[in-house]
Ligand binder design. Structure first.
Ligand SMILES: Cc1cc2nc3c(=O)[nH]c(=O)nc-3n(C[C@H](O)[C@H](O)[C@H](O)COP(=O)(O)OP(=O)(O)OC[C@H]3O[C@@H](n4cnc5c(N)ncnc54)[C@H](O)[C@@H]3O)c2cc1C
Length: 412
């Protein structure tokens, strides 16, 4: 079968791209291994809520129209939003069609999808930036019978064996799951490495209002000094709830969780934690305050100081000097290790030599320059800092659909 463009993945990004291609009358299909919004249906834990507010959950041609713009969507609502978006844009989705291989051939690309072989002049990879949990190599050294699991498999505290839980990772996933497990009454230890600390609200506004208003989310990839670092920044310590201003390490410690440093090694069943927790926390505090300074400066320049509550600062992260540097995982104290160590994309089926030394696809804002006609979407800070979030798909797909359109024009 022949088509002009193939979009792989029917998450919100692939669907937004489908809309952009339709706007330009570019013949295409969207291939999806599961159902529309498959990641949200199959890879998210039940209690998850978006940490971005509802008003910000917008896509090209779609704005939130519910009665709770300042709320945070549960997973079921995200699935419903993306599913109705697919209908709205009339995306030509083929569900239950897994792409097994994409190869470059004369005049385009060959795509092995399900049992079929397709040919297209352009291919858009929209298979997601969080397709697999990123689990550190140290996981192999966790001694049995400690249970290990990832956020993909986590359903709630009730599924865990009795006993203590070591949550590895202090970003959004880690603090959310550690909080939920602690509230169920279990002893929780959280190993925190580098993290991004932000308040849920500041001066009466949601932090995402500030991130947008100050222009931070709109910063372009080609204007960011250390782009590699920006693309690997951990998600902020936020939870989709307006009831708590902070869901950070202080909040967890106040709930009775024990905070330790980054998990470095496990030797002979003994987990060893970094001694730099205090430094890591001081750095996170510094960066949070730097952003709050930027927010205050912006508010003053915008003449909003009289309309907003006055500036203030949050107490620094408290680090318990008695926080252990080692934990014997064979003692029975810890029965579960939960890897909240991030997520990564999976493009293993892409059979085109476009990867760098680290295995990442080389691209310029989503344009895979080594393979003309190949595009990449849905990765953090792809074209702006907003690319990490749902609403960032609007500008990313606009730019890449424009490029793809010109590419087709150049060829014929
Ligand atoms: C835990 C978590 C919380 C998040 N919270 C927020 C939030 O609060 N706010 C926010 O804005 N963003 C949030 N995000 C980030 C972002 O919105 C998601 O990563 C989003 O799912 C990315 O959209 P996508 O369309 O690029 O990828 P996905 O939604 O992952 O869609 C990719 C699609 O491609 C399909 N696919 C993959 N491989 C193949 C293949 N080989 N063949 C065919 N189909 C394939 C998948 O089945 C999937 O349906 C969160 C992400 C995670 C992981």
């Amino acid at each position: 079968m022949q088509t002009t463009a193939v979009v792989i993945g029917a998450g919100h990004v692939g669907l937004a791209m489908s809309r952009r291609l339709s706007e330009r009358s570019i013949d295409h299909i969207v291939l999806e291994r599961g159902q529309v919004a498959n990641s949200w249906r199959t890879q998210r834990w039940p209690s998850l809520r978006l940490l971005t507010p509802n008003w910000q959950t917008r896509l090209p041609g779609h704005h939130y129209a519910g009665d709770d713009p300042d709320g945070f969507m549960p997973v079921a609502d995200v699935v419903a939003t993306i599913t109705s978006y697919a209908r709205l844009v009339g995306a030509p989705v083929r569900t239950a069609t897994t792409v097994h291989a994409v190869r470059a051939v004369a005049c385009g690309f060959q795509i092995h999808a399900g049992d079929a072989l397709l040919h297209a002049r352009a291919v858009v990879l929209a298979t997601g930036g969080c397709t697999q949990p990123a689990i550190p190599a140290v996981a192999e050294a966790v001694p049995p019978p400690v249970t290990t699991l990832t956020p993909f498999a986590y359903r709630g505290p009730g599924q865990l064996p009795d006993g203590g839980v070591l949550v590895v990772g202090g970003s959004a996933t880690g603090v959310q799951l550690a909080g939920e497990i602690r509230r169920s009454g279990r002893p929780v230890t959280l190993a925190a490495g580098e993290h991004v600390r932000l308040p849920r609200t500041y001066r009466g506004r949601d932090i995402f209002w500030w991130l947008q208003a100050t222009g931070l989310l709109a910063e372009r990839y080609d204007q960011i000094d250390d782009l590699t670092r920006a693309r690997h920044l951990p998600s902020p310590q936020l939870t989709g709830t307006a009831t708590a201003t902070m869901t950070d390490l202080n909040a967890l410690a106040a709930q009775g969780a024990r905070i330790v440093g980054r998990l470095g090694r496990i030797v002979g069943g003994v987990a060893q934690f970094s001694g730099s927790l205090a430094n890591i926390c001081a750095l996170a505090d510094l960066k949070m305050n730097r952003f709050l300074n930027r927010a205050d400066e912006w508010a003053t320049a915008a003449g909003l100081d009289d309309d907003l509550p006055p500036p203030h600062r949050f107490p620094p992260t408290r680090v318990d000097p008695r926080s252990p540097l080692e934990l014997d995982l064979t003692s029975g104290e810890i029965t579960t290790v939960l890897w909240a160590t991030g997520f990564r994309p999976d493009h293993s089926w892409l059979d085109i030599p476009v990867r760098d030394r680290t295995g990442h696809i080389r691209h310029d804002g989503g344009v895979v320059t080594d393979a003309p006609g190949l595009y990449l979407l849905g990765l953090p800070v792809l074209r702006t800092r907003a690319s990490t979030y749902i609403h960032g798909a609007a500008t990313d797909t606009q730019a890449l659909a424009g490029h793809l359109h010109s590419f087709l024009g150049r060829r014929h």
